[in-house]
Ligand binder design. Structure first.
Ligand code: FES
Ligand SMILES: [Fe+2]
Length: 392
């Protein structure tokens, strides 16, 4: 280097658009559109139309009088009035302007200004919509080509509940370290799932000691490709034996992170879906298998005893957490300015596996992890933690 490190010579920065941008027609946007994504809690679909923004698209979520959730494009197929102002009825949503009525699949059922309710014309009209399915207390949408629609997966860890167990669902972005909607690119957060080395530094020191004591030890880590994505195995030597913790990123957006505050070890019982809202914001939906109400809320990060939203600006600076670290990288981090090292191996592997899926879709194939046979849709994970006792 001859520039002496002067910022004056800093080249124009760039980012990997093909991995970060989520709009229709972009490489990653098309990959993400081959999977189901949670777009709300079951309770979010009601008789009052609600705006949701997902993968750079603004949509309207509602639930008709028959209990069916619907997700439609906001601009009415007639002349574009927003269905946000529509009225939800037994059979669907009715536009406020001229009263066209659409069902949850976009079929036009009535055109009240036309002769005979539009019997001759309404069959030619379809309101753009996306299919929905409800599971685990969430509403999942499939926003890709209909002919490539996979089965909505089931996750073993959320199935076959024992007596006294139930699923708790959360839409407040637990795991983000901060507010519900995080104002940076989703990949910055998703890569963090495979960054175990930040735990003892950021969480064990800067944020105040956030997790339990064992997490403050620097782990020995190996990264692995799995049939689902990438995992990290973290080993820590404890008094009682070797603590083994597996964290998984399940392509394209699922995080299976064993609770860092849990004092009990076992299979990871919490899944989080990172939902890209657009290129520069995301949120997280979580489902946990619990036996006590309020378990998920307890996982929410605290900083020296306070919640993120209770901190002053000075405290945010003094006690930064995941939110500050990731949003601090910028709206979309500049990959051209990174200097990846050996401990960033998991990040490299995640990018590689995502690129492979982007390429698969671009060349007309299906990406990993999609199943078209309901029988094949049960997903088993390795994520979790355990202590292997020392040999006597
Ligand atoms: S614009 Fe919706 S019915 Fe006319
Ligand atoms: Fe973190």
């Amino acid at each position: 280097m001859t520039n002496n490190g002067s910022a004056y010579y800093r080249p124009e920065p760039t980012y990997f658009a093909e991995l970060t941008q989520v709009g229709r027609g972009t490489p990653m946007g098309e990959l993400l559109r081959r999977y189901w994504h949670p777009i709300g809690l079951a309770a979010d679909a009601t008789a009052t139309p609600r705006t949701v923004r997902v993968l750079n698209e603004d949509l309207i979520l509602f639930r008709d009088g028959k209990g069916r959730p619907g997700l439609v494009h906001p601009r009415c197929a007639h002349r574009g009035a927003s269905l946000y102002y529509g009225r939800v009825e037994e059979a669907g949503i009715r536009c406020c302007y001229h009263g066209w009525l659409f069902d949850t699949e976009g079929n036009c059922l009535e055109q009240p200004c036309e002769p005979d309710m539009g019997a001759q014309t309404r069959g030619h009209v379809r309101q753009p919509h996306y299919p929905l399915e409800e599971r685990y207390g969430l509403i999942f949408a499939y926003m890709g080509p209909p002919e490539r629609k996979p089965v909505l997966p089931r996750y073993e860890v959320l199935e076959n509940l024992a007596e006294g167990e139930f699923l708790e669902t959360d839409d407040s972005s637990i795991g983000s370290g901060g507010p519900v909607i995080v104002d940076c690119n989703w990949l910055q957060h998703y890569e963090n799932v495979l960054d175990p080395f930040h735990v003892p530094i950021l969480h064990g020191s800067f944020s105040g000691d956030q997790f339990n004591a064992k997490m403050s030890l620097m782990p020995r880590v190996t990264f692995h490709y799995t049939p689902r994505g990438v995992s990290s195995l973290q080993l820590r030597d404890l008094e009682a034996g070797e603590h083994q913790r597996i964290t998984e990123a399940v392509v394209p957006t699922i995080r299976a992170v064993a609770s860092p505050v849990a004092t009990v070890d076992g299979p990871c019982s919490l899944l989080g879906w990172v939902l890209p809202i657009d290129d520069t914001s995301f949120r997280i939906y979580s489902v946990g298998r619990v036996s006590e109400a309020g378990t998920l809320a307890k996982i929410r990060s605290k900083y020296a005893g306070k919640y993120w939203h209770e901190l002053t600006e000075a405290e945010h600076q003094k006690l930064p957490g995941d939110y500050e670290a990731q949003v601090g990288q910028g709206a979309i981090t500049y990959h051209s300015e990174e200097n990846l090292t050996s401990t960033d191996q998991g990040i490299g592997m995640l990018r590689r596996i995502l690129r492979r899926q982007v390429d698969a879709v671009a060349s007309g194939n299906d990406p990993m992890g999609v199943a078209f046979d309901a029988e094949a849709a049960l997903v088993r994970l390795d994520a979790g933690s355990r202590v292997v006792p020392k040999e006597a």
